[in-house]
Design a protein around this ligand. Structure first.
Ligand code: ADP
Ligand code: MG
Length: 693
């Protein structure tokens, strides 16, 4: 249960004093539903209102706070004219300018004959200094409240800076004092303030330097967030390991048959990964391992051999894919290999209904099915196994920790192997998969031809289409990936449909379309037609990103490549270069590109090493942007910036491991404080393992 001290922070934003329902809605959309979400909304710049010159000394274009006397009001004579208020000080005159003004309220705020304080940007209009819509107007007595440094926050339409600041101030005021969860020696060494002071400090920056991610206050908050993440993962790992596993060490008979039937030798890194997996499976504890490998690095065969190890011991093994399409491809590639060991591979997806489904469930429950490939349909309650020994999850970033847990309850202490094709930097691996051991397939199987990657300005589209036409005449198949417009499928779809129409017009009937909104069978029909060579060109939204395999496809065009994440482009590009033909990838961009965008596309031209690409992307853009975080399934951080705080992450991980070693139930005073930390960052699920574990 969430500790009571945190209740004030987990009230809805609307419960704050001075935040009405309309603003509450806007704020929620901007930051999140709870008061605590406002605290995590950090300023991105500052406005210094301490500059308080005389009117004559106020430079145009600069923010100043002026003390002036109100001389008179000049309401508009014609419609659309502004309302002006004439003011003076001993050095000159200043006009305050208001559009769509309400005279009543202006007369109240700016009574004639009174001295007032106004703050805002000073401009010159026909040589007269003026200030349009001052940011602040106050009586002279309240001058101290105006002459401050003001934090500037990211906004959303309909929300004024003042409303947002007021809400954040109210949130800060309702912030409780919390027990210290940092290791005192570490905190002292770093010179970090306590949590509440740190929060106040980051929300009251004195100057732009105070916005740097390296200030003591920002570092502290970032560390808190990373520590919560790492403690949560450490607890998860602990609770998973506590469930005793089984010793799975087959006699190798089935594996020998499959290996003998392979037309190639496993690479050294495949062998090494298998060695690690076999060791984990043979251990009494459960296996929780991540097999990380670029597209085409040969994860499938590794997975199959692990599955056969389980089958040799009389257990069942399943491979779970994130989409129907991928599940089918896995089935197609596994089935012939398994057949060489005399085994059948069954499948189960959301599309299986009625009798077929019932029959499959039955054969699963009796244990007749040894190898199964499926989608998340495997999560459903009526799916039971006779004796599930190994679950392989082909993750592609579409599942999360929770699904991992859900499935592993399907068997007694099943071993879990997670496969990820998204090369992510080491730091991110740590935050997303800190509960897993990692095997990496760093080197690709031999014999691949490098992909010729080129960047081309979008205004040369006609030339591109002509070149594509020539390639098609020569027998190539082409993927045409449409721009990610705004990560909204509807809008993306419109762009894809339009491009489809144009290409069909230019290239003829052998042009297909596949997108995320298509019904399963339609999608499959398009994909199958392409895979079987009935289509020359396939226009696609990013649905093809995930593991589709068509070796004859040797050309890929990506429109608006600058809008994609590098990792995503890299994954898309992995769809080609799968056969023995030379492949070409054309990245079309809309110029002009800024330096970062240029550098990013350059990396893709220069290397095909996904891990290198990922590290560079992190360096260039920061973690937030890295994978289009929303769809990536990676934990999003509000306070930590992995490009800036990777050292803190390593420290947080070490700290978390130490804590969980010494105080696995979080019972010491520091442990108790860490429980609060977990709830503060909404790692409630992790905190719950404590009770049950
Ligand atoms: P991933 O799942 O990692 O994207 P796959 O397992 O689909 O990659 O492998 C890509 C291709 O490489 C497949 O056609 C597979 O048969 C082939 N392959 C796998 N391992 C090797 C190897 N050691 N030598 C040659 N080819 C291999
Ligand atoms: Mg085991």
């Amino acid at each position: 249960m969430r500790p009571e001290t945190l209740y004030p922070l987990f009230r809805p934003i609307g419960a704050l004093k001075g935040v009405g329902p309309r603003f509450a809605l806007l704020l929620e959309r901007l930051t999140g539903p709870h008061v605590v979400d406002l605290l995590w909304h950090l300023p991105i710049s500052v406005i210094d209102r301490r500059f308080a010159p005389k009117i004559a000394e106020a430079p145009a274009g600069q923010v100043a706070t002026l003390t002036v006397r109100v001389d008179g009001h000049a309401p508009p004579v014609l419609p659309r004219q502004p309302y002006k208020v004439h003011c003076t000080d001993e050095t000159g005159v200043l006009d305050l300018v208001f559009f769509h003004a309400r005279a009543e309220s202006l007369l109240r705020q700016l009574p004639v004959g009174q001295k007032v304080v106004v703050s805002g940007k000073v401009e010159r209009f026909h040589d007269t200094p003026q200030m349009t819509h001052p940011d602040a107007i106050a009586p002279v007595e309240a001058r101290d409240q105006v002459e401050t440094v003001e934090p500037v926050y990211p906004l959303t339409t309909g929300l004024t800076p003042r409303t947002l600041r007021r809400a954040i101030r109210a949130a800060l005021e309702s912030t409780p004092e919390l027990p210290e969860w940092l290791d005192p020696a570490y905190q002292r060494r770093k010179g970090w303030p306590d949590w509440r002071t740190a929060l106040r400090t980051v929300h009251t920056p004195e100057n732009t330097d105070a916005l740097s991610p390296t200030t003591a206050a920002r570092q502290r908050l970032a560390f808190d967030e990373l520590l919560a993440n790492q403690v949560a993962l450490a607890l998860l790992r602990l609770s998973q390991r506590r469930q005793p596993g089984r010793v799975i060490a087959g006699d190798g008979q089935l594996r020998r048959l499959v290996r003998a039937a392979l037309p190639f030798q496993l690479t050294a890194c495949q062998e090494q990964a298998l060695g690690e997996i076999n060791q984990d499976m043979a251990d009494e504890r459960r296996m929780l391992r991540l097999l990380q490998g670029d597209v085409g690095s040969g994860k499938t065969i590794v997975a199959l051999l692990a599955m056969l190890n389980a089958v040799e011991c009389g257990h069942q093994a399943v491979l779970m894919a994130p989409t129907e399409l991928l599940a089918r491809q896995h089935l197609q590639s596994l089935a012939p290999l398994a057949a060489s060991a005399g085994l059948e591979v069954a499948s189960l997806s959301g599309r299986d209904k009625g009798k077929t489904r019932a029959a499959t469930l039955d054969r699963l429950a009796t244990g007749e099915i040894r190898l199964l490939v499926g989608t998340h349909a495997l999560f459903q309650d009526d799916v039971t196994f006779a004796d599930l020994g190994l679950v392989v999850i082909d993750e592609q970033h579409r599942f999360g920790v929770h699904q991992r847990l859900q499935l592993s309850t399907k068997g007694q202490a099943v071993d879990v192997l997670v496969m990820s094709a998204t090369p992510i930097p080491r730091t991110l691996t740590m935050t997303a998969y800190g509960d897993l051991e990692v095997s990496r397939l760093g080197e690709k199987p031999p014999g691949r031809r490098p992909i010729d990657t080129r960047t081309i300005a979008l205004d040369r589209l006609d030339e591109v289409i002509a070149a594509i036409q020539r390639r098609i005449t020569d027998g190539a198949q082409v993927y045409w990936v449409c721009p990610l417009v705004d990560e909204s499928e509807v809008v993306d779809l419109a762009a894809a449909t339009e491009r489809y129409a144009i290409l069909k017009d230019r290239l003829g009937d052998r042009v297909g379309l596949v997108h995320g909104r298509m019904k399963g069978p339609d999608k499959d029909a398009s994909m199958t037609a392409f895979a079987e060579g009935q289509l020359d060109l396939l226009v696609a939204t990013t649905v093809i990103e995930v593991g589709v395999n068509v070796p004859n496809a040797t050309v890929m065009v990506v429109e608006h490549a600058e809008r994609f994440g590098l990792a995503q482009l890299h994954q898309l590009r992995g769809r080609i270069g799968r056969g023995d033909q030379a492949s070409t990838c054309l990245l079309l961009y809309e110029g002009p590109l800024n330096e970062t965008a240029k550098a990013r596309l350059r990396i893709l031209r220069e290397t095909e090493d996904g891990f290198q690409i990922a590290e560079e992307d992190l360096r260039l853009r920061g973690a937030g942007e890295l994978l289009g975080t929303r769809q990536s399934g990676l934990p999003g951080f509000r306070l930590a910036d992995l490009a800036e705080h990777s050292e803190l992450l390593a420290a947080a991980r070490d700290d978390a491991h130490l804590i969980i070693d010494r105080d696995p139930a979080l019972e010491t005073p520091r442990g108790q404080a860490l429980r609060t930390l977990l709830y503060l960052f909404e790692r409630d699920a992790a905190a719950r393992y404590l009770r049950s574990g």
